[in-house]
Design a protein around this ligand. Structure first.
Ligand SMILES: *Cc1c(COP(=O)(O)O)cnc(C)c1O
Length: 354
């Protein structure tokens, strides 16, 4: 008998990425859009599918899709690399710029997949902290960069799961202090007032990662991209699996970009609903953090957040619990849903807390 295959030693301790998908009526746990993509997009996609050459491999470097993305950001197509979700883009960046003998710095608490993908690529993870308001103290960041000399630095603005937008001055100081790659994860930038897009230059090492999963209502499509210096994009293409973006996705993504006005109208509604949720929460006995994203983080005062979370599940409302997460103790995160879903969440939470 051959012995069972052994998983890589450095992956033995990896726990599963937990995001329970329960069968509830109101799902406000995954930062998805409450609305499906516009009907016009579906119709346009149906028309193009009829003529797609499925028997051929797709355009390898997805030039039409990349050009369309480049156009909305006013950058050249050579500055755009696409992946199957921005998660895959993050993994590709780490395969290129992280790896064995290299280090990645992230400021906790933040998106857990940044450190997870670092581990998957055998990149050593080093961390910095956030302040009580969940922003990064710029002097602390500079100190951690000097101490750890990271090859990759993760910034997430607006940060998930806290919702805070990093002050521009802090990002500037991190970029100036960095020796390696600075990845600004902007999964929620469309809901915020600032972006680091103009920090991406041909000679610099700042890249901005975006996704179709949130503002574009296309979490099911699995499409994300990075705006980066063109030589970096070339390296990413060298490393990518051949034909990694299927023809359907390339078409669907390109067509989605024709619905910018619809997307912006949805964002305006979600931002309005976000403010409604924040205002509603501030009437209850919870601490609320200001959000620049499509979700709100809060902490029940004097109540066990895990019990509050379970009580909401029992009422068929699912939000995300961080009750036992380091740095987020007793916190809960609610995704902005439809107006009716948000009203229901607020009403149920009010009763649970009463
Ligand atoms: C949701 C999210 C993503 C998006 O991942 P996709 O793979 O594009 O769906 C990336 N980064 C952060 C911080 C997120 O919250």
């Amino acid at each position: 008998m051959t012995p069972p295959a052994r998983v890589r030693d450095d992956l033995v301790e990896l726990d599963s990425y937990e995001s329970p998908q329960l069968g509830v009526q109101t799902r406000l746990n995954n930062n998805e859009s409450p609305l499906p993509p516009p009907k016009g997009w579906r119709d346009a996609l149906a028309r193009e599918i009829a003529a797609l050459p499925f028997h051929r491999y797709p355009p390898r470097e997805a030039n039409a899709l990349r050009s369309a993305i480049a156009e909305i950001h006013g950058v050249p197509p050579e500055a755009v690399y696409c992946g199957n979700g921005s998660n895959e883009v993050l993994l590709a960046l780490l395969l290129c710029y992280g790896g064995s003998g290299r280090r990645a710095l992230s400021f906790e608490p933040t998106y857990p997949l940044h450190s997870r993908f670092s581990r998957l690529t055998a990149t050593e993870v080093v961390t910095g902290e956030r302040q009580d308001d969940f922003t990064i103290d710029a002097a602390h960041a500079e100190r951690r960069i000097a101490e750890t000399a990271p090859d990759v630095i993760f910034l997430c603005s607006p940060n998930n799961p806290t919702g805070v937008q990093e002050p521009s001055d802090t990002i500037e100081r991190v970029v100036n202090g960095a020796q390696g790659l600075v990845i600004v994860d902007e999964a929620y930038a469309e809901f915020a007032s600032e972006s680091s897009l103009e920090r991406v230059t041909e000679s610099g090492s700042v890249v901005v990662v975006r996704t179709f999963s949130k503002a574009w209502s296309l979490a099911g499509l699995r499409l994300g991209y990075v705006i980066a210096p063109s030589d970096m994009v070339e390296k990413l293409h060298l490393l990518a699996l051949p034909y990694h973006l299927d023809v359907l996705k390339q078409t669907a993504g390109r067509l989605a970009l024709q619905f910018g006005p619809e997307m912006r109208a949805r964002i305006a509604e979600i931002v309005g609903e976000r403010e409604k949720i924040s205002a509603g929460l501030s009437q209850l006995d919870v601490k609320v953090w200001p959000s620049s994203a499509n979700f709100v983080l809060f902490r029940p005062n004097g109540r066990d957040a895990q019990e509050v979370w379970q009580a909401l599940v029992d009422r068929s409302v699912l939000i995300r619990s961080y009750a036992r997460s380091p740095g987020l103790e007793n916190c809960l995160r609610v995704t902005v849903g439809s107006p009716a879903e948000n009203d229901r969440f607020l009403a149920e939470l009010k009763e649970v807390l009463a």
